[in-house]
Design a protein around this ligand. Structure first.
Ligand code: NAP
Length: 279
């Protein structure tokens, strides 16, 4: 990993932050793609003190806004001519039905559309850097997408919105892996495990009680990162692509049958909503 250029989105907290520390310990050049400059500067200072590495850059990107994602991609490309590893990790949960400035339900926009757009905007740079790796942090909490309710049209349920977005991460992974076959770029999705992080702060009601019981037994972010880091650095994963992995082994998708129709529908929709056009 030494001197590899590595973007981690959402590196200011939780799993992303633990991955950032692992990357720096291994000599990688980290680009933290995060939304909160003040918080990121504090995390950057801590990471620097802990790892004794100063190969830490910061590019601001708010995933609520496609404009912000586009600016971040442009900024990255103006500074770097290589991207060896892209880790799409940032995500949110939202108790309330909120829409972005682009009129899209916030969870779907932040968790799927923003990384979809970012990845596509960076793809030419990644292709120039092959062999390269893309890792999408998904979740075992995923469910078949109801495309008629993806934007909360029928009803908004915070868990459902999150689960759709995480299924979108997996479908996008499979789609992109196929598109990039033979290019030297691998694309995999991971379930990080149940990890005690800030992502659960929005949870209310009975689920909050449930979380109070299980979270003390959950992974620490560092433990979770220890299962993801081999996908970034190990030669064992050099040619592995199009997988959904947990603790480095394949995990079953919770959707039966052929995923091709959903993959296609999601791809067309994502291109249209992000302004990347039809395929
Ligand atoms: N924790 C679990 O049990 C669990 C289980 C399965 C999957 N996952 C997945 O693991 C990944 C990491 O989550 P985590 O548990 O580490 O959560 P976390 O600690 O809440 O970290 C989420 C990261 O995403 C960033 N983020 C949130 N909204 C954003 C936005 N609008 N624009 C830009 N960045 C934004 C956060 O930024 P701020 O620091 O500024 O808030 C933070 O850096 C996610 O993809 C999540 O779905 C987690």
């Amino acid at each position: 990993m030494k001197n590899k250029i590595i973007i981690i989105t959402g590196a200011s907290s939780g799993v992303g932050r633990a991955l950032a520390e692992g990357v720096l310990q291994r000599g990688g050049h980290l680009v933290m793609l995060t939304r909160d400059a003040e918080k990121t500067e504090a995390v950057r200072a801590e990471l620097k003190a802990k790892t004794k590495s100063d190969k830490i850059d910061f590019i601001q990107a708010d995933f609520d806004s496609f404009e912000s994602v586009r600016k971040a991609a442009e900024k990255f490309k103006s500074k770097y001519d290589r991207l060896d590893i892209l880790i799409n990790n940032a995500a949110t949960t939202n108790a309330d039905f909120l829409k972005t400035e682009n009129g899209i339900e916030l969870t779907f926009a932040v968790n799927h559309l923003a990384p979809f757009l970012l990845t596509n905007l960076l793809l030419d740079t990644i292709k120039k850097s092959a062999p390269a790796r893309i890792i999408n942090v998904a979740s075992n909490a995923h469910i078949k997408i109801d495309f008629d309710n993806l934007n909360g049209e029928k009803k908004f349920d915070p868990f459902l919105a999150y689960k759709y977005s995480k299924m979108a991460n997996i479908l996008f992974t499979f789609d992109l892996a196929e598109e990039l076959r033979g290019t030297g770029i691998t694309v995999n999705a991971v379930h990080p495990g149940v990890v005690n992080t800030a992502i659960y702060r929005q949870i209310t009601g009975i689920q909050k009680l449930f979380l109070k019981i299980i979270l003390p037994f959950a992974f620490t972010p560092e433990k979770s990162a220890s299962y993801i880091l081999p996908l970034i650095e190990s030669e064992d994963f050099a040619g592995v692509s199009g997988k959904f992995l947990y603790k480095t082994v394949p995990l079953k998708i919770k959707q039966k049958g052929d995923l091709l129709a959903d993959r296609r529908e999601l791809r067309v929709l994502s291109k249209r909503l992000t302004g990347l056009g039809y395929l």
